[in-house]
Write a protein that binds this ligand. Structure first.
Ligand SMILES: Cc1cc2nc3c(=O)[nH]c(=O)nc-3n(C[C@H](O)[C@H](O)[C@H](O)COP(=O)(O)OP(=O)(O)OC[C@H]3O[C@@H](n4cnc5c(N)ncnc54)[C@H](O)[C@@H]3O)c2cc1C
Length: 270
C-alpha cells in the first residue's frame, strides 16, 4: 500500500526541527524509518508532516565513558553493535542487538528510535529498562532526562511529548564483577522474539528483563530465588498473553525456560 499524503521537511538544526514539530500537532519525527515507514505504508499511521532528523549535526555518535554508553539519536543499530568499547563497558548492548532484525535494517534503524518507539517486543526498550538507563530529550521548553522507569506508559506509547526529540540514550556500565546474559526464541533469527529474556547479575542482585511478554518492558527481581524455582517465581510476576504468534501457555513455558537459561549463564551456574 501507499502512505497517505504528508509534508516532508529535513531541517539542518535542532531549533528548526523543534519549530517544525511544534508548528504542526500532526507531525512526527523520522529517524531510520524502519518502524515508521512500514506503519505509513500500511496506513496504520498518517502524520500530516514528517520531520526528518537525519540532517541534524552531532547526533550520530556513540560515546563511551567508565560510567556507561551514550548513544546519539542518529547512531544506527549497526554502529552500536560493532562498537568494541561499548561492548566492553556494557556487553548486554551487543548481546541484545545481535538479535535485532537483519543487517539491512540494523544499518538504517536507530537504537534511540527503537527505544522511543516503545515496542515491548523490541529488545532495546527492555535493555534500557533492565539497566536503569535514560533518554535525553529536547523540546520547546528545554532539555530533560527521562529515566527508563518513566518512559514506557502503554503499548507503543512513550512519555515523550509530540513536540520533543530524543537526542540520545544512556546505558549504565556493567558494575565490576557483574555479568549479563541474553536469550530469545523467534520463528527465524532476526524476527521479533516470541519471548526474550536478559539477566543482569550485579552486586548480589539478580534481575531479569523480558521481551514480548507484556505491553511495556518489564523487569523482575529474582535475587535469592533458588534455580529450580526461577521460572515459577518469574511467572508469579508476569502475565504472558497469547496472540497469533504464540499462545499464552507457550509464552509461559518460554518464560520458564529462558529465565532459568539466562540466570544460569549470568551466574556461571551452567
Ligand atoms: C522487517 C523488520 C524487522 C524488525 N525486527 C526487529 C527486531 O527483531 N527487534 C527490534 O527491536 N526491532 C526490529 N525492527 C525495528 C527496527 O529496530 C527499527 O529500527 C526501530 O524500531 C525504530 O528505529 P528507527 O530509527 O527506524 O525509527 P523510525 O521508524 O524512524 O521511528 C519510529 C518511531 O519513533 C519516533 N522517533 C524515532 N526517533 C526519534 C527521536 N530521536 N525522537 C523522537 N521520536 C523519534 C518516530 O516518530 C516514530 O514514531 C524491525 C523492523 C523491520 C522493518
Amino acid at each position: 500500500m501507499k502512505p497517505a499524503p504528508f509534508d516532508y521537511v529535513r531541517p539542518g538544526s535542532l531549533e528548526d526541527a523543534l519549530a517544525a514539530l511544534s508548528g504542526d500537532p500532526g507531525a512526527k519525527v523520522l529517524a531510520g524509518g524502519q518502524s515508521l515507514v512500514p506503519l505509513l505504508s500500511m496506513r496504520l499511521a498518517a502524520p500530516s508532516r514528517l520531520v526528518d532528523i537525519n540532517g541534524l549535526p552531532g547526533l550520530d555518535e556513540v560515546t563511551v565513558s567508565p560510567g556507561g554508553v551514550r548513544v546519539g539519536a542518529l547512531a544506527r543499530h549497526a554502529d552500536v553493535l560493532t562498537h568494541e568499547e561499548a561492548a566492553r563497558v556494557q556487553p548486554l548492548l551487543r548481546l541484545a542487538l545481535s538479535h535485532v532484525a537483519h543487517a539491512t535494517i540494523r544499518n538504517r534503524g536507530t537504537t534511540v528510535g527503537s527505544i522511543v518507539h516503545a515496542d515491548s517486543a523490541a529488545e532495546l526498550p527492555m535493555v534500557l529498562t533492565l539497566l536503569g538507563g535514560s533518554v535525553e530529550v529536547v523540546g520547546p521548553s528545554g532539555t530533560r532526562t527521562i529515566p527508563a522507569s518513566e518512559l514506557y506508559v502503554g503499548p507503543l506509547e512513550s512519555s515523550l511529548a509530540h513536540d520533543e526529540i530524543a537526542t540520545s540514550a544512556s546505558f549504565p556500565a556493567l558494575a565490576p564483577g557483574g555479568r549479563v546474559a541474553f536469550a530469545e526464541i523467534a520463528r527465524r533469527h532476526g524476527d521479533y522474539a516470541l519471548v526474550g529474556a536478559a539477566a543482569l547479575v550485579e552486586g548480589g542482585t539478580v534481575k531479569v528483563g523480558y521481551v514480548s511478554v507484556s505491553d511495556v518492558p518489564v523487569v523482575v527481581d529474582l535475587s535469592g530465588v533458588p534455580v529450580k524455582d526461577l521460572g515459577e517465581a518469574a511467572l508469579a510476576r508476569l502475565e504472558p498473553a497469547g496472540d497469533i504468534h504464540a499462545t499464552a501457555a507457550y509464552r509461559a513455558q518460554l518464560v520458564r525456560v529462558l529465565t532459568e537459561r539466562v540466570v544460569r549463564e549470568a551466574t556461571g551456574d551452567e
